[in-house]
Every structure is written in C-alpha cells, then in structure tokens.
Design a protein around this ligand. Structure first.
Ligand code: ZN
Length: 672
C-alpha cells in the first residue's frame, strides 16, 4: 500500500535544517502542461555510496526501465501502439511548431506520457484531445511503413481507424477504473486487466479457487489478466513464457546483474526468489520473496520491482507493475526506528476493540529512504510512503517493511515555497504560522505512522476473506491507516520517544488534513464529477464524518469570511476523540468483513461533492496557478569505465528534460 501526497496542501517547513538537500540552488521545476507540473528530485548522498552500492543502484534502475511497457499495456489495450504512433508523429513533425494543432498535440502526448497511457493517472478518465482529427490523420499518413504501429488482428487502415477512435471518441473505453458499485465494475473498467468477462464471472472464478480455511492464501489474480477463451474464463499469467515475457526477460537479466553485487546473502536470497517468481509466475514464490524482502532490514540499497499495488483493478486483485530503487537515509531513519520500535505499545493503546488488535505485532520495520529511481506505475506520479508486502497473512505472521520517501516529500515542499496556498485557504495568521512551523515534520510523521503502524495494525477475524470489502477495500484500508496516524499524532508518546518536541504540533496536520478532505482536494476533480480515487475518498470520508459527528459540540465548522469558505477547528481535543471513534468503527468493518457498513460509510461521506463549494475551490485555486498534480522525472545514471574497460564509478546527472526522458525511454526500453 502506498500514500500519496495529499493534494497541494503541503506547505514548506521553513527551517531548512531539517532537509537533506545538498544543492541550495537545485532547480526542481521541469515542465508544466494541462493540470500537471513535472519536477525533478535530488538524490542526496548518492556519491557517498560505495562503488558496489552504486552499481547495484545502476542495475536496478535498468530493471526498473525494462518493465515500463508492462504498465502501459496494463493501463489500456491500445496504449503501446498509440504511444508509438504519437512519438513517430512528434519526432518527425517539421511543420509549424507554434500552430494550434501541434501545440495541442504536444500537450496530449505529454499527458499520455504522464498517465502511462490514455487515462489520467488519478482521475482515471480518458484525456480529451484538443487537436483535430485531420491533423492526426495527415500526420499519421507521413509515418514510414516500417515505423507504423501494429495491433494484433487489425490490418493497416484498421489500425489507424482504431487509434483514431481511441483518441477522439469519448464514449469508447472512457474510464480506466470504474468503482461505481451500481455498475459491473469489471465490464466498465477499461484498464487491460480483464477482457470479455463480467464481474460475476471473475468473482465466481476466484471464489472457486479460494480456500477460506487456507491460513496462507496466495494473492489470487495478482499477476494475471482474466479473459474468456473458447467460452471459458481463464488467466493469462504474467511470467517469462507468458504475458509480458519479453519485458520480463529483460527485468530478469538486470535483476541477475544486481544480484551479482548484492550487499549480503539475505538480499541475494530475495532477489533469487523474485527472479524465480518472474520465471514461473508462481504466486507462492512471490510470497516467499515478499517474506524474505520484508525481513531484510540490513541492506542499504533496496528496491521494489513487480506487480504490487492493486488500485488500478476495480476488484483490487491484479498488481500494477512498478519499481522503486532507493537507499537508506540513516540519520532520518532514527525517527521511524523510534516509532517502529514501539509498535506493540501503539497497537495495545489504540482505540479499537481489543479483539481486533494484533496481540503480537510482528516485525514492523520502518526506515526513511532516499529514492534513486521511480519506475512503472510509480513514475512519473509517485507515492511518498510505501508499506509492503500487501498480503494480510504475511503482514500478520512476518511483519512488513515501511518506507518514507523523504527526498520526494522534500522536493514537493521546496518546490512549493511561496505558492500563496496558505494566504488563500488557511483561516487566519496564527493557523498559517502553525502550518509553517509544524506541517513539514507532522506530515512526515503522519506518513511514518500511516505506513509503519497504520497499515500494519489490526487483524481480521478468523475466516474473513481479505477481499470482503470489494471495491471499497482500498478506500477503507487507507482510511484505517490515516486514522491510526491522526489518532496518535497528539499522543504524548511521540514526545516521550523524542520524535516531536511540541505537544501542539499535531494541530498543523489536523488542520491541513481537514482543509484538504473538505475543500482543497476538490481542486483535483472536474466540475460535475464525484470523488473516485481511493485516497481522496478516504480523506473526504474522514473529514466529512468528523464534521458531521462534531456538529453538536462545534468541533469543526465551515465558516464564511468575505464571501469565502474556510475550515475552522474549535476543539482539537474532541477532534481526536472522534478520530478514535471512526478508527474503531473502520477497524471493526475490516475485521468482520462488513461490506454493507463499509459501503454505507463510503456512499454517505466519501463520494459526493457539494457543487457550490467545488466551484469556489476551483475558482480560488485558478487564481493561484498551482497545478493540482505533480510528478517526477528521474536522474540519469551512467557507468564510468577506465582504459581497461573496468567500471570505476557511476555518475548521476539531473539535466535531462521531460520530453527527452520520455523519448529516450521509448527508444531504449520498448520491450513489448
Ligand atoms: Zn496507505
């Protein structure tokens, strides 16, 4: 599971002493288009790694690039041929580059790159092209025959017609993930994870395979597309000789190279198991890998490479391919180690029914990392915290590893200085000051607590299916982790273990969280649309629930000042009590697999948007000119060799731009 940056509300902590940033003049801004700003991130202390660790990083970045086409194909059946056509047109174009059509075409291509396909990475809707069909048609016809894209089963002109439809017909495959409970979410989600099957057929298929008494259930569907062939529902499994084989072969090659420079036996062992999994597609091997990976807390350089998060699957089963390469930030990890070292205390004192607590919290390890590469579904839009493995039984029996991506959070914060957000949305000067002083550290702590303790806390009642909450599973799980973090931020325990010095600091995170959940995250939603994405639903659920339940005690209000709406928090202490109550209820829902209660909560609080307030937020944001979404390009790593051809160093370079990076990736890493 992962945690995203909450809208644009992150306000920089002005005391730069907290930051690891090495270059004071580092230029974070790279590009902006549509609703996106592209940033770059610094990798502090990369040059302090040993040559072996640098090499390991280099090989892992290659493995991260090798799988890029997998996520493109998972995100939509026609994404790869479409990307090929768009890039051929873009690189060949020799007409007027200031023409409206070309400008609009370039914007569309940049959006498609950012979404790893035709859908918005967050909103899941198809991008709307602003260039003409005539432009596309004429430019497409200029592509040389040997450079044309192909689509299995379609002849030359049919390919062009199909791509035309994919781009221009808004009714054709309109949405990547549909979570509307009233619809067949499988048949109406156009990510490429299912084909020709209904939700009922998929549920029946897996229910037959699942053994409710299996104490170590594999994550069914994690690495497979479900299709109907000859009238029979079946899986097409992702592995070396199966679906995505050619890309997986390259991943295996680079993982093997990484293994040759691994830091220790434990790391070699889990890389071996991961390779075995990629070769066979056997999910038991993936579980074995996951356990070994979670238990390796010694290695500095670490990575994720595989089919991991299931947010892109309306049923929450199939993992999107992603990769993170990173190394440990030893200084900052003291903070997360203090938290994870007290995991049992936090579990024992949580406000949930003791029956739903873990009697023994196993191996929760937490560290702060420096991201050195983002790949697949983690690129260009990335999480700021990750907690893996996702399988509930592994988390219960073996624990989990939680990481906070500090250099990414830092890049967001430093790139936001002076953006006018506080002045526009924060109710008064004292609250603004509170945010300036304490939001950076409490936001970090929120991420640490969310990942390391929140997701790792609680247990299911015996026999409860881990997919029982179905399409609301992700929303409720994120809510549970957020609530756990929010509940403990004010706790004196944080002063006792030395991670926070001021007992009032938590108010900064509370204020921002409620402001974001009630108002500012609406900036990410188009007029007339509902809240769709799981993390956004979770935040609105919590904020609206607290607003409603706290009404009679005036815990929090929406007030008007000069015609503008503001969040006003009157009683932070009571707010914490409410947060504890909601945590207890959502833990109960998860532990008992109470789909109905979960569905009621989501429908009542998480989905609907007040159109008047929505419009107000959009208008106020528009004046600030802050794009609602941001993501990152990666630095470029290069091997340095001596005259004998021996590798003597790996260098890091930050100068590549967005378009150049995307074109280079397509040129060098088109493996499907
Ligand atoms: Zn999470």
């Amino acid at each position: 599971m992962k945690k995203f940056i909450p809208a644009m509300a992150l306000v920089p902590m002005l005391s730069l002493s907290l930051h690891a940033a090495e270059d004071k003049n580092f230029n974070y801004h790279v590009d902006d288009f549509a609703d996106i700003e592209v940033l770059r991130y610094e990798v502090p202390k990369f040059n302090s790694l040993s040559l072996q660790q640098k090499l390991m990083t280099y090989y892992l970045t290659q493995a991260a690039q090798a799988g890029r086409d997998i996520i493109w194909d998972q995100n939509g059946k026609y994404n790869l041929p479409l990307r090929k056509a768009l890039e051929e047109i873009y690189t060949r174009y020799d007409g007027d580059k200031n023409s409206q059509d070309f400008k609009a075409f370039e914007k569309y291509l940049k959006q498609v790159w950012f979404g790893n396909g035709i859908y918005h990475h967050y909103a899941n809707d198809k991008f709307i092209p602003e260039f003409s069909q005539d432009f596309f048609s004429a430019q497409y016809d200029l592509i040389p025959a040997d450079r044309l894209p192909s689509i299995p089963g379609l002849a030359g002109n049919e390919v062009k017609a199909m791509l035309n439809k994919v781009i221009f017909d808004p009714a054709f495959m309109p949405k990547k993930v549909n979570q509307d409970s009233n619809a067949d979410v499988v048949a109406t989600s156009y990510g490429n994870l299912y084909e020709g099957v209904t939700q009922q057929e998929v549920e029946d298929y897996y229910n037959l395979l699942k053994d409710p008494n299996d104490a170590t259930p594999i994550s069914y569907g994690l690495n497979a597309k479900v299709v109907k062939k000859d009238g029979k529902v079946q899986e097409e499994v992702y592995h070396l000789n199966g679906l995505y084989g050619p890309a997986i072969a390259k991943i295996i090659y680079w993982l093997d190279m990484a293994k040759s420079v691994a830091e220790n036996d434990a790391q070699r062992e889990y890389i071996t198991r991961l390779i075995d999994f990629y070769v066979t597609g056997d999910l038991r091997l993936f579980d074995e890998y996951s356990i070994l990976w979670a238990e390796d807390t010694k290695s500095d350089v670490d990575f994720v490479n595989g089919f991991i998060e299931s947010y892109n699957d309306p049923l929450g089963m199939t993992g999107s391919w992603e990769s993170y390469v990173n190394f440990k930030n030893r200084e900052a990890s003291a903070r997360t180690e203090a938290i994870s070292g007290n995991a049992q205390w936090f579990e024992d004192h949580s406000p949930v029914n003791p029956a739903f607590r873990k009697p023994e919290v196993k191996g929760v390890s937490a560290k702060v990392i420096t991201a050195s590469y983002l790949g697949g579904d983690a690129f260009p839009a990335t999480a700021i915290g990750i907690n893996l493995p996702n399988a509930n039984w592994i988390r219960a029996a073996h624990g989990s590893k939680s990481v906070t991506l500090e250099n990414i959070t830092e890049a967001y914060a430093l790139a936001s200085i002076g953006n006018g957000f506080n002045e526009e949305f924060v109710i008064d000067a004292p609250t603004s000051k509170l945010l300036d002083d304490y939001l950076y550290i409490t936001d970090m702590l929120h991420t640490d607590l969310h990942e390391c303790l929140g997701h790792a806390s609680g247990r299911l009642n015996p026999g409860v299916d881990q997919d029982a909450l179905k399409e609301h599973g992700a929303t409720l799980e994120e809510a549970r982790a957020d609530l756990f973090a929010l509940y403990y931020l004010p706790d004196a325990k944080l002063q006792e273990i030395g991670v926070l010095d001021n007992p009032d600091a938590y108010k900064a995170e509370y204020y921002k969280y409620m402001l974001n959940g009630l108002m500012t995250q609406l900036n990410r939603i188009e007029p007339g649309k509902d809240v769709e994405e799981a993390h956004m639903r979770n935040r609105q659920l919590i904020a609206k629930w607290v607003l409603e339940k706290g009404k009679k005690d005036k815990v929090m209000e929406l007030v008007k000042k000069n015609g503008k709406t503001y969040v006003k928090i009157n009683n932070y202490k009571k707010m914490r009590d409410l947060i504890g109550q909601l945590l207890a209820e959502i833990q109960r829902i998860k532990s008992e697999g109470d789909y109905k209660a979960g569905n009621d909560l989501v429908q009542k609080y998480a989905v609907k948007v007040d159109p008047k307030l929505h419009k107000e937020v959009l208008d106020r944001y528009a004046k600030l000119n802050i794009p609602p979404y941001r993501g990152f390009i990666n630095p470029v790593y290069k091997l340095v060799k001596n005259d004998n051809g021996e590798i003597i160093d790996v260098t890091i370079d930050y100068t590549e731009g967005y378009t150049d990076q995307m074109l280079r990736l397509s040129r060098d890493h088109s493996n499907l």
